[in-house]
Design a protein around this ligand. Structure first.
Ligand SMILES: NC(=O)c1ccc[n+]([C@@H]2O[C@H](COP(=O)([O-])OP(=O)(O)OC[C@H]3O[C@@H](n4cnc5c(N)ncnc54)[C@H](O)[C@@H]3O)[C@@H](O)[C@H]2O)c1
Length: 264
């Protein structure tokens, strides 16, 4: 992949085809908005059909770009293969960017000691948060290899460093996403595909407030060098950068976006 020599003030996704899994709502919807604002052809892939269709219609109306929704369970390879085919259809054969954002997070509904997590809960978290990433990459990479170009951004979490209490399966799944990112970067680099991770800190959104009290969220904000709560939009810069040509010589990395709470 050549060095990017474009201007400094543009980060344009015009004519780029972008898939965002879990993009119907929550932080994924914030990524969807930012890619749409940059003119991307966007495929929002999510289990949540009503929210996804609503957002696709809203973004198509608001921005000069094509946005579609596809219902997919990322834990099922047949469904991620159909998702990739839908993206290639949208992109006239090309898929440029995959953002692996779908995960079981807010849907976990609560925290519990590791001994109380059931085998079914453990397996489901791994199936969505880890196998889901593997499935999506497997489905999309053949299209990227054909053009020797692709940008994959996996959403992990800073909990892989800090080890959040009461969330053992989720923490383990996000550590696996960081490991998988590194393994995939090695395998896909020769084909012109970069694979990086973004690890958000605790974002103040609906899902976070299902799992944590506002008091806890406020205390976490106090541990940051940049002393405030984190919004979904705080993640846009890192994700867009790693999805853009600006980052063509960066792969296998994990960018922590948490306002400076954890330094590694
Ligand atoms: N919110 C935070 O504080 C925080 C912090 C660190 C990392 N993250 C990560 O950021 C991402 C987004 O977080 P969020 O707060 O918006 O989460 P969320 O729970 O609000 O949204 C997750 C999205 O994924 C979708 N999804 C769930 N299972 C799916 C499946 N099997 N197939 C397809 N789609 C599925 C849901 O429908 C939803 O749209 C997740 O990967 C999460 O782990 C979040």
């Amino acid at each position: 992949m050549p060095a990017y020599t474009g201007g400094l003030n543009e980060m344009c996704f015009k004519d780029r085809t972008v898939i965002i899994t879990g993009g119907a709502q929550g932080i994924g919807a914030s990524y969807a908005r930012s890619f749409a604002a940059q003119g991307a052809r966007l495929l929002i892939a999510d289990l949540s059909q009503d929210a996804g269709e609503r957002l696709a219609a809203e973004l198509s109306d608001s921005f000069a770009c094509e946005v579609r929704f596809v219902r997919v369970d990322v834990s099922e390879e047949a469904e991620t293969a159909a998702m990739a085919a839908a993206a290639a259809d949208l992109g006239h054969g090309a898929i440029d960017v995959l953002v692996n954002n779908a995960a079981l997070y807010g849907q976990l509904q609560g925290k519990k000691p590791f001994e109380d997590i059931t085998r079914e809960e453990w397996d489901r978290v791994m199936a969505v948060n880890v196998r889901g990433v593997w499935n999506c990459v497997k489905s999309v990479v053949p299209y990227m290899k054909k053009r020797a170009y692709g940008k994959i951004v996996n959403i992990a979490s800073v909990v892989f460093c800090t080890g959040a209490q009461g969330f053992a399966h989720y923490v383990a799944s996000k550590a696996a996403v960081v490991g998988l990112t590194r393994a995939l970067a090695r395998e896909l680099g020769p084909f012109g595909v970069t694979v990086n991770a973004v690890s958000p800190g605790l974002v103040t959104n609906q899902s976070t407030l299902i799992l944590n009290t506002q008091d806890y969220v406020g205390r976490m904000a106090g541990t940051r060098a940049l002393n405030r709560e984190m919004a979904p939009d705080d993640l846009q810069g890192a994700v867009l950068f790693l999805a853009s040509e600006r980052s063509n010589f960066i792969t296998g990395q994990n960018v922590i976006v948490d306002g400076g709470a954890v330094f590694v």
